[in-house]
Design a protein around this ligand. Structure first.
Ligand code: UP5
Ligand code: MG
Length: 198
C-alpha cells in the first residue's frame, strides 16, 4: 500500500511505557484502528492449530523478538481485514509495539506501507518496572514477572532503540515524556499530533 491509501503511525516505547493505554485514547478520539503486535502474537499463540504457538510462547517469555516473517504477516492480515470491513477509518492504523528491530522496520516500510511518523513514549526503567509488576498481579501475562521484565528491558535497549534512533535521525519521531499521569501524557500526544497535521 502507498501512504496515500493508508495512514500508518508506529507507536514505540519500552515495556510498560503506556503504548496500549495511549492507543486506546487515540482510538476513541480519532477513529484509528489499533493493532498491537504483541496482542496479535498472543492471539496467534492461543489459536488452535497454529504452527507458531510454541515458538511465540518461548520468545515472549524470554523477551526476545519473534522472527519478523510471522509478525509482519499477522499485521498485514489484520490491516487487510480492517480495510475490507472498516470504511475510511479502517485505513488509519496505530501499529503498537512494532517495529522492534531494524530488519522489521525496513521490511515493513518497503513491503507493506511507509509510516507517517513514530510516536515514541519515553519512560525510565524504574517507572516501567513498577507499572509492569503492578499489572502482573492481575494481568496473567507470562512476561509480567521480574525475570522476564529484565530481559524485555535488555532487548528494548539493544535491539529496539536502534529503530527509534534511526527514525529520529530522519526527523520522523514524535517523542512524549510518558512518566506523567495518563491524562497529562495524552494531552501532550494530542498537541503533538496537531503540530504534525493529524
Ligand atoms: N499505565 C499506563 N500508562 C500509565 C501512566 N501514564 N501512569 C501510570 N500507569 C500507567 O501500560 C502498562 C501498565 O502501566 C498498565 O497497567 C497501565 O494501566 C499502566 P500499557 O499501556 O499496557 O503499556 P505498554 O507500553 O503497552 O506495555 P506492554 O507491556 O504491552 O509493552 P511491551 O512492549 O513489553 O509488550 P508487547 O505486547 O508489545 O510485546 C510483548 C512481547 O511480544 C515482546 O517482548 C516480544 O517478545 C513480542 N513481540 C515481538 O516479538 N515482536 C513484535 O513486533 C512485538 C512484540
Ligand atoms: Mg501493550
Amino acid at each position: 500500500w502507498s501512504s496515500d491509501e493508508v495512514t500508518v503511525i508506529f507507536v514505540l516505547g519500552g515495556p510498560g511505557a503506556g503504548k496500549g493505554t495511549q492507543c486506546s485514547y487515540l482510538v476513541s478520539d480519532y477513529g484509528f484502528k489499533h493493532l498491537s503486535a504483541g496482542d496479535l502474537l498472543r492471539e496467534e499463540q492461543n489459536r488452535e492449530g497454529s504452527e507458531f504457538g510454541e515458538m511465540i510462547k518461548t520468545y515472549i517469555k524470554e523477551g526476545t523478538i519473534v522472527p519478523m516473517e510471522v509478525t509482519v504477516q499477522l499485521l498485514e492480515n489484520a490491516m487487510r481485514r480492517s480495510m475490507e470491513s472498516g470504511g475510511n477509518h479502517g485505513k488509519m492504523f496505530l501499529i503498537d509495539g512494532f517495529p522492534r528491530k531494524l530488519d522489521q522496520a525496513h521490511a515493513f516500510e518497503r513491503s507493506v506501507c511507509p509510516s507517517k511518523f513514530t510516536l515514541f513514549f519515553d519512560c525510565s526503567e524504574s517507572v516501567m518496572e513498577k507499572r509492569l509488576l503492578h499489572r502482573g498481579e492481575t494481568s496473567g501475562r507470562a512476561d509480567d514477572n521480574a525475570e522476564s521484565i529484565k530481559k524485555r528491558f535488555k532487548t528494548f535497549v539493544e535491539t529496539s532503540m536502534p529503530v527509534v534512533n534511526e527514525f529520529e535521525s530522519q526527523d520522523r519521531v514524535v517523542k512524549v515524556n510518558a512518566e506523567r499521569s495518563p491524562d497529562e501524557v495524552y494531552k501532550d500526544v494530542q498537541e503533538k499530533f496537531k503540530e504534525r497535521g493529524v
